[in-house]
Design a protein around this ligand. Structure first.
Ligand code: X2X
Length: 339
């Protein structure tokens, strides 16, 4: 009897002893005054998610636990198209999205995706941190959402295919190629002579695997982290455009934070973006050998043929008209004369 009682007594004591720490754990887990949901379309291994995790930890620490940012990578909350709707309604608080896909809602945002506009990263950051980026952020800010100052890096895009490499623009003739859902992307690949199909990134791997499409285009860092090399054979180094990710927020949910907390979040996001830019540059420069070792075959292309093809198809003239002379002048300030 005594032993049993003593045992149960000890058991009770053990539970009691652990109780405070349990209580502390659940208290601190519930302590955040603001829990904000950040969604994106890329795998956890991509620098976007690596830097986002650091950013969330910094926000938690600098806000002393008052702001928690939950990260949902890999389209966990839905495709880009779905997540954009959720961001607009406030069901999602933050979302990183290509300016071109954002173009389904704000057409003016697509201007940074014009084919062959930027030669290198100096050019890209001058434009996106300068007047071109400011022009686009102003358009975004006129809606229920806004973009933080520093656009995150997607990278310069390359074409991958399953059947044959693309060396000249004419090799794209009739090729069924996946493009992200965006009017500019579809227009550009139609003008290249391909047969573009709009597919959300969440479906790209399976669309390639089941041969619904024959190819796609993305930067090496995304081809690698999303394992697209498993379902593609050739990678043609077209560098046909640069793409980024605006770090977008829902205005109303961000507005619930005090100005002081807003500053903490804003600085952490912009700083993380600046680091993420460089991570992607480094990755894209070093991944070719790794991708070759998986069996992906690389080729250089006749770059001039692609640009001439766009020009001959009237691509630059058409989009200059759509964006208007003022916005186009801002683009050309950084890109030089286009078309
Ligand atoms: O959908 C794509 O291809 C991706 C991941 O590059 C974008 O977000 C535009």
């Amino acid at each position: 009897m005594y032993t049993t009682n003593r045992r149960s007594f000890l058991k009770v004591m053990a539970v009691a002893a652990s109780a405070p720490s349990l209580a502390v754990t659940s208290h601190s887990a519930r302590a955040a005054e603001f829990t904000l949901r950040y969604a994106n379309n890329l795998p956890s291994a991509h620098p976007m998610n690596v830097r986002a995790k650091e950013m969330a930890a910094r926000v938690a620490s600098e806000s002393k636990g008052r702001v928690e940012i939950q990260i949902f990578p890999n389209n966990q909350l839905g495709s880009d198209t779905d997540t954009l709707s959720q961001l607009r309604s406030g069901a999602v608080d933050f979302f990183t999205l290509s300016p071109l896909i954002l173009g389904t809602f704000i057409p003016a945002a697509q201007i940074s995706g014009i084919g062959f506009a930027f030669n290198d990263y100096n050019n890209v950051w001058a434009a996106m941190d300068g007047e071109l980026g400011a022009h686009v952020r102003k358009q975004i800010g006129a809606t229920s959402i806004f973009a933080f100052e520093k656009i995150w890096n997607g990278g310069f895009r390359q074409i991958t295919t399953g059947a044959k490499p693309i060396a000249q623009a004419r090799d794209l003739q009739g090729v069924k190629l996946r493009v992200p859902p965006s009017p500019l992307w579809t227009s550009m690949f139609k003008d290249f002579g391909a047969a573009p199909a709009s597919v959300n990134f969440a479906e790209v791997y399976s669309a390639l695997q089941t041969h619904v499409v024959e190819g796609q285009e993305n930067p090496l860092s995304i081809i690698y982290t999303a394992k697209l090399y498993e379902v593609q054979k050739f990678c043609s180094l077209t560098n046909h455009m640069w793409d980024g990710f605006w770090f977008l927020g829902n205005k109303e949910s961000f507005g619930r934070l005090s100005p002081e907390l807003q500053t903490i979040v804003r600085n952490a996001i912009n700083d993380a973006g600046t680091k993420q830019r460089e991570d992607v540059v480094q990755l894209d420069q070093t991944l070719r050998a790794k991708l070759e070792s998986t069996g992906l075959t690389f080729n250089e292309v006749d770059k001039a043929s692609f640009r001439q093809q766009l020009q001959a198809a009237g691509f630059y003239a058409e989009w200059q008209k759509k964006f208007g002379p003022q916005a186009w002048a801002l683009l050309e300030k950084y890109s030089g004369k286009l078309g």
